[in-house]
Design a binder for this molecule. Structure first.
Ligand SMILES: [Zn+2]
Length: 361
């Protein structure tokens, strides 16, 4: 169940009620594909006030396998995580040509990345896996066209995604677990609109926008978000898959998106990119060699309170693995804090002021 607490323009602050408590929105989720974040422990996630993350159901069903996770009391028990967990169907793997063998109306044929065997995922199987994992929110299986696909392929993927969405809804019987549908349609307005209408016609607990942020121009992505949000019923939580840069988070919150996931904060951190209120900085650059300021003067994370840019610059220069962990922790804190500030600003109807404060992003 989703409850909107406040709105400011199109921006919304709400609460998504799950089996593991209410999760406040706007919400940012880091990606924990194999039930872990890269370089960041779950304890550090909690300290960064991360309320939820998204794991890959398909990969977890292969390794360690559902028998292990079920015996541990579900994914929450296995990881010892008491807050929210979304699982995605594995549809995102379709984007990876390395794993995809064939896709047809029955489902997706993958190459098992662990033992290279052939494996098959249908909409029904994808729901059964996510039920067994016991995540708070399950995602439908969708057919994601690669960036640059033809209009014919995008139309085919959107039509298939709708058929699969109906089969997922039919299979999903869990009362504890929420189920979100996913819209496709690439950046073709007519197809994106039609997909939003089709997926919205099914009574899902939330609606996600998929197949965006995969290389298309940013203005096009924002346009697709804007037109989709006019179609998705306002009482449903709206989830934009794949967005996680500070600037895009604020832009999409302003358009009425409630939930985000992305590996952007941690992936870029591993390459030396740190988020700050005044924009992203690359600590590998020699400009930071003698910079004894913290990454971000206002950030209260354990990295900013203990280390200087010069020290972090040094760690990257000498390729100390520690550097990846430290910057990942900072970027997660920064991102979690940014969406928290957005929630508070929306409640106080000061979201516009917050956006102005971050205009240098
Ligand atoms: Zn920090």
């Amino acid at each position: 169940m989703f409850k909107i607490i406040a709105t400011d323009g199109k921006a919304r602050a709400g609460a998504l009620h799950t089996a593991h408590g209410a999760i406040e929105t706007p919400l940012f989720m880091p990606v924990a594909t194999k039930a872990a974040l890269k370089w960041v422990s779950l304890a550090e996630c909690s300290a960064a006030e991360i309320e939820c993350f998204i794991a890959n159901a398909y990969l977890l069903s292969l390794q360690p396998g559902l028998a292990v996770i079920k015996k541990a009391g579900g994914l929450h028990g296995f990881m010892n995580w008491s807050k929210g967990i979304f699982t995605d169907s594995g549809g995102f793997q379709v984007l990876s040509e390395e794993f995809l063998l064939k896709i047809n109306d029955n489902g997706v044929f993958f190459r098992n990345p662990f033992d290279k065997s052939r494996s098959f995922l249908s909409p029904e199987k994808c729901i059964e896996i996510q039920n067994a994992l016991g995540s708070d929110v399950a995602m439908c299986l969708d057919d994601v066209p690669l960036h640059g696909s033809s209009a014919k392929r995008i139309a085919e993927s959107a039509a298939r995604t709708f058929q699969w969405a109906k089969r997922c809804k039919e299979t999903h019987k869990s009362k504890k677990q929420l189920l979100f549908g996913i819209c496709q349609g690439g950046t073709i307005e007519k197809l994106r609109r039609k997909s939003a209408e089709q997926i919205s016609s099914i009574d899902f607990d939330g609606i996600a926008l998929g197949g965006l942020c995969i290389g298309e121009p940013k203005q096009k992505m924002l346009r697709m978000v804007s037109l989709s949000n006019k179609i998705i019923p306002p009482e449903k939580p709206r989830y934009l898959m794949g967005v996680g840069s500070p600037k895009e988070l604020l832009q999409c919150i302003a358009l009425g998106i409630d939930v985000f996931d992305s590996c952007f904060p941690t992936r870029t951190a591993r390459h030396g990119l740190a988020f700050t209120e005044k924009g992203n900085i690359d600590v590998c650059k020699s400009a930071f060699k003698f910079d004894f300021n913290p990454l971000d003067a206002k950030c209260a994370c354990p990295v900013c309170t203990q280390h200087s840019r010069a020290y972090l610059h040094h760690l990257f220069k000498v390729k100390e693995e520690n550097s990846k962990m430290l910057l990942s922790v900072h970027n997660l804190h920064f991102t979690a804090n940014l969406v928290k500030q957005a929630r508070e600003a929306i409640r106080e109807r000061k979201f516009g002021q917050l956006v102005k404060r971050f205009k240098q992003l």
